[in-house]
Design a protein around this ligand. Structure first.
Ligand SMILES: NC(=O)c1ccc[n+]([C@@H]2O[C@H](COP(=O)([O-])OP(=O)(O)OC[C@H]3O[C@@H](n4cnc5c(N)ncnc54)[C@H](O)[C@@H]3O)[C@@H](O)[C@H]2O)c1
Length: 299
């Protein structure tokens, strides 16, 4: 067992499942004590029970200010300090084309869980961390927050918002040695894609087939795992990242590097051009810019 987080105390929202659960396990294995703050009572309690000395569960809806405050207070009351807040709770949020957006509860809970929740977490963590003179606040954004096309509209908007919120708060809290960063996962195999909160059949495994499908979604050709994000969050929570603040750390296996397809999966760009030109073989396609070709064409 290594000890990158030895003696540290963390609050992890959305800690009962997926990325949050993997982060709880990682943090405990690195010597931290953790408050698991989540709406899922059975999963949260079971995870805490597996680490009785180092983890405690508190039922928390991060849309509700009093409950966020209570989770932070529990860490301080129980263990006397707060080294890390991981604002991670979230879900896919309200979907549909922009003109269809349901502005009622679906919209309110999307913004509530993934923007207002992190704001409230920072609101209550900041005074504790400022008075201590240390702390690391990490929020789960997404590659959806770095550009269009990686998620539904409102999800994309709130994930971009937490990246910039973190930059802004990082400036305020830097002089107090409190760092504020985001982690931006790519496609990570968790129950989030199953609409977990609305799911009736708890026994259905949605993650295994997703793993097979998602292995070739990015240049690193394996499925993205919750542990990949937990490792990055551990780094941002540890003293090894002591000079890093306001940063959005993309962990996506290269998904956002640009248009990409695995060479073994169907025709690539050169083959497609060869088909269009009717040359048959990609090697016959002159893919390189030649000045004389342009000159000939101009004659
Ligand atoms: N899985 C991915 O590919 C991916 C990619 C980018 C970002 N993310 C983000 O990662 C975070 C974690 O998602 P995950 O993939 O682990 O999904 P998950 O469904 O496995 O876990 C999310 C957890 O958040 C909890 N939660 C949801 N709303 C809550 C609320 N209002 N209050 C308290 N807890 C709440 C759920 O109960 C659940 O335990 C989310 O913020 C998500 O947007 C996920």
């Amino acid at each position: 067992m290594s000890s990158k987080l030895q003696g540290k105390v963390a609050v992890i929202t959305g800690g009962a499942s997926g990325i949050g659960e993997a982060t709880v396990i990682k943090f405990v294995s690195e010597g931290a004590r953790v408050v698991i703050a989540d709406m899922q009572v059975a999963r949260g309690e079971a995870l805490a029970a597996a680490h009785p000395e180092n983890a405690v569960f508190i039922r928390t809806d991060v849309c509700i200010e009093e409950q966020v405050k209570a989770a932070i207070e529990l860490a301080v009351q129980k263990w006397g300090r707060l080294d890390c807040l991981f604002n991670n709770a979230g879900f896919g949020g309200v979907t549909g084309e922009i003109h269809e957006t349901d502005m009622g509860e679906p919209y309110e809970r999307t913004v509530g869980a993934m923007l207002t929740g992190p704001v409230m977490g920072m609101k209550y963590a900041a005074p504790v961390m400022k008075s201590q003179g240390f702390g690391s606040i990490i929020t789960t954004a997404s590659i959806a927050g770095t550009g269009g096309g990686y998620g539904p509209h409102i999800y994309t908007a709130v994930k971009a918002a937490v990246i910039n919120l973190s930059r802004s708060v990082a400036q305020e809290l830097g002089p107090f040695k409190v760092r504020v960063n985001t982690v931006c996962p790519g496609l990570i195999n968790t129950p989030i894609f199953a609409g977990q909160l609305a799911r009736k059949d708890e026994s259905t495994d949605f993650v295994t087939p997703l793993k097979e499908m998602s292995a070739f979604a990015q240049p690193i050709t394996r499925a993205g795992l919750p542990e990949d994000i937990a490792n990055a969050v551990c780094f941002l929570a540890s003293d090894e990242s002591d000079f890093i603040t306001g940063h959005a750390l993309v962990v996506d296996g290269g998904m956002t590097l640009g248009a990409w397809r695995h060479p073994d999966l169907g025709p690539g760009f050169a083959e497609t051009i060869a088909d269009i030109l009717g040359t048959g073989a990609p090697s016959d396609v002159d893919m390189v810019y030649h000045a004389e070709t342009i000159e000939q064409a101009a004659k």
